[in-house]
Design a protein around this ligand. Structure first.
Ligand code: DGL
Length: 266
């Protein structure tokens, strides 16, 4: 596997561009091929078997494009599919759950950790399991926050509607007196300002996208897979459907200018 190859990143849709954003900030020389399964988003409301099937298709496509490593940007896929993907494909597959869990344990002083994620991620129990691997004394309060996905896609990231939804979802976490909240979904970093204003001042928000970017960098360095150049790596954007509001949405998650987009069939 060549260190000059691209990093493959995939997500159920465009939300995973929050992970690309974090990766590009830390690894500007890496070329990234991003695949968003916009034809089948959301995954977070679907059953695990369906999510695994879709994840196999996305990974197969990236492997065909010769990527050196696959980063699963989607929390839902990272919660239910990596074991199967690692059996099927002979290249490193990195997810977002373990990095998020490790960052949460490091940030928590009391061991009381809250997790917000999609219904499928919460049902899988992946975050509590990953957190328990890092700390036996941690107590996890996990809450599905499904409405935040369509709100983010619609661009309703400030104002009364998202604030009330956020407040409702944070309720059990606040009652459990958590001191860390894991943003366990690609879309939730967009609500950071509201989340910050709805939690106590000493509560730390852990963005699984940022934690993942740090671990991907460490992984590439350790394996000698880091791109050797200093020029900007560039981004290829692949989607399975071009939604009407594609540009607006993609810009919201990625920030900055968008590259050309290519529509692909899986
Ligand atoms: N990408 C998904 C995740 O991080 C959120 C969107 C969806 O439900 O597909 O869990």
């Amino acid at each position: 596997m060549s260190h000059t190859g691209a990093l493959g990143v995939f997500d159920s849709g465009l939300g995973g561009l929050t992970v690309v954003r974090a990766l590009r900030a830390l690894l500007p020389s890496e070329r990234i091929v991003y695949l968003g399964d916009t034809a089948r988003v959301p995954y977070g409301t679907k059953g695990a078997a369906t999510v695994v099937k879709y994840a196999l298709g996305c990974t197969r496509h990236l492997v065909r494009r010769g990527v050196k490593t696959v980063v699963v940007a989607c929390n839902t896929v990272s919660a239910v599919a990596p074991d199967r993907l690692r059996v099927e494909f002979d290249l490193p597959i990195l997810g977002v759950i373990e990095p998020g869990a490790r960052a949460a344990v490091r940030a928590s002083r009391t061991g009381r950790i809250g997790v917000l994620a999609t219904a499928a991620t919460i049902a899988s129990g992946a975050y509590p399991r990953a957190i328990a691997q890092e700390s036996t004394r941690a107590e996890v309060t996990a809450m599905a926050a499904p409405l935040l996905v369509p709100l983010a896609e619609e661009g309703w990231i400030d104002g009364d509607v998202p604030r009330l939804a956020v407040r409702r979802y944070l309720g059990p976490l606040t009652r459990a007196a958590v001191d860390v909240v894991v943003l366990g979904c690609t879309h939730y970093p967009l609500f950071r300002p509201i989340l910050e204003s709805e939690v106590a001042r000493d509560v730390v928000l852990v963005d699984s996208a940022e934690a993942t970017a740090h671990e991907v960098r460490e992984f590439l360095i350790e394996r000698g897979l880091e791109h050797p150049g200093t020029a900007l790596g560039g981004l290829e954007l692949l989607v399975t459907d071009v939604p009407r509001t594609f540009e607006e949405m993609a810009r919201r998650f990625l920030g900055g200018e968008l590259p050309d987009v290519e529509q692909v069939d899986l």
